[in-house]
Design a protein around this ligand. Structure first.
Ligand code: HEM
Length: 265
């Protein structure tokens, strides 16, 4: 399987065993790529193809999880359960849950990313001037690896939350991968990152969806939760949330008040 090539070996060419952090990093990378591709395949109806992809990924990854026995057992159990399911879509969903669990349990090695400053937990948070304020927001968020991981996590949570009602009752079936890419591009564009957003304006993209303030707020809660999960610092969270809040007016369409009987048009 193409996606797994070069990532399965537990030793490097010089035969030195991989350390735990490096192993985790590789596992997260494989799982992330597989989930992204699988979502794309699943959403265009390739349930069987997606299930085979996830099965291949899990079969390769589970043996690599010796250092995380609980996660290994859980993932193995889901893999076995999926094999017993008749519908390919159900099997794919079961295995996707295992992939998400792996990804969510093994936090990406954010602290080891060169783009990030080591975070000193003893330092008071929310100081007036962020320590690395000279860096653009994109870099302070953690750059490409962190933003992509945050957006993936956030999109999964938002897509599943009825309080957000992302698909507007099934009316929209956006490709999760394309949507994630658009959102990453957008964050990059507004935060000084390398990617440019070239999609529709927020007003145009959400026109006629009758998105409410409460739905917008529910979405924002997921964004903040994902940013925290990936250890983005409070000042950067506040800065990004401020930018997102600025789109509220374009996205929220106040539902017209119901006309009372006899009321004038
Ligand atoms: C409750 C709030 C929201 C809901 C229900 C929602 C729903 C959707 C849906 C269903 C689509 C796909 C439209 C299609 O397939 O044609 C979409 C596209 C998109 N949304 Fe949202 N959205 C919400 C808030 C936001 C926010 C706050 C942002 C970012 C600030 C955002 C950014 C985008 C982007 C970038 C696209 C892709 C547009 C394109 O590439 O053309 N959305 N949204």
């Amino acid at each position: 399987m193409l996606i797994l090539s070069g990532a399965v070996g537990l030793t490097r060419a010089d035969d030195k065993p991989l350390d735990r952090a490096e192993l985790d990093k590789r596992i997260v990378r494989i799982v992330y790529e597989s989930a992204l591709l699988g979502t794309e395949i699943f959403n265009r109806g390739g349930h069987g193809e997606c299930a085979r992809l996830y099965q291949g990924t899990l079969s390769a990854v589970v043996p690599m999880l010796d250092h995380r026995p609980k996660l290994q057992t859980d993932a193995q159990q889901r893999l076995e359960r999926a094999k017993g399911l008749n519908k390919a879509a159900d099997a794919a969903i079961e295995m996707r849950a295992a992939l998400d669990e792996i990804q969510n349990t093994i936090a990406p090695p954010i602290k080891k990313e060169p783009a990030l400053e080591p975070k000193d937990t003893k330092e008071p948070k929310n100081t007036q001037e962020p320590k690395d304020a000279k860096k653009v927001l994109w870099d302070r968020l953690g750059g490409e690896s962190v933003v992509k991981a945050v957006v993936h996590d956030f999109a999964l949570a938002a897509l599943e939350d009825p309080k957000v009602n992302f698909t507007r009752g099934g009316k929209y079936k956006p490709s999760a991968a394309a949507l994630e890419k658009s959102i990453v591009d957008m964050i990059s564009d507004v935060s000084g990152g390398p990617f440019k957003y070239s999609g529709k304006s927020m007003k145009e993209a959400h026109k006629g969806m009758a998105i409410t303030d409460a739905e917008f707020d529910a979405l924002a809660v997921h964004l903040v939760a994902s940013l925290k999960k990936f250890k983005v610092a409070d000042p950067e969270i506040a800065e990004l949330v401020k930018v997102v809040a600025g789109t509220r007016e374009a996205i929220v369409e106040k539902a017209p008040a119901p006309t009372e009987k006899g009321a004038k048009p």
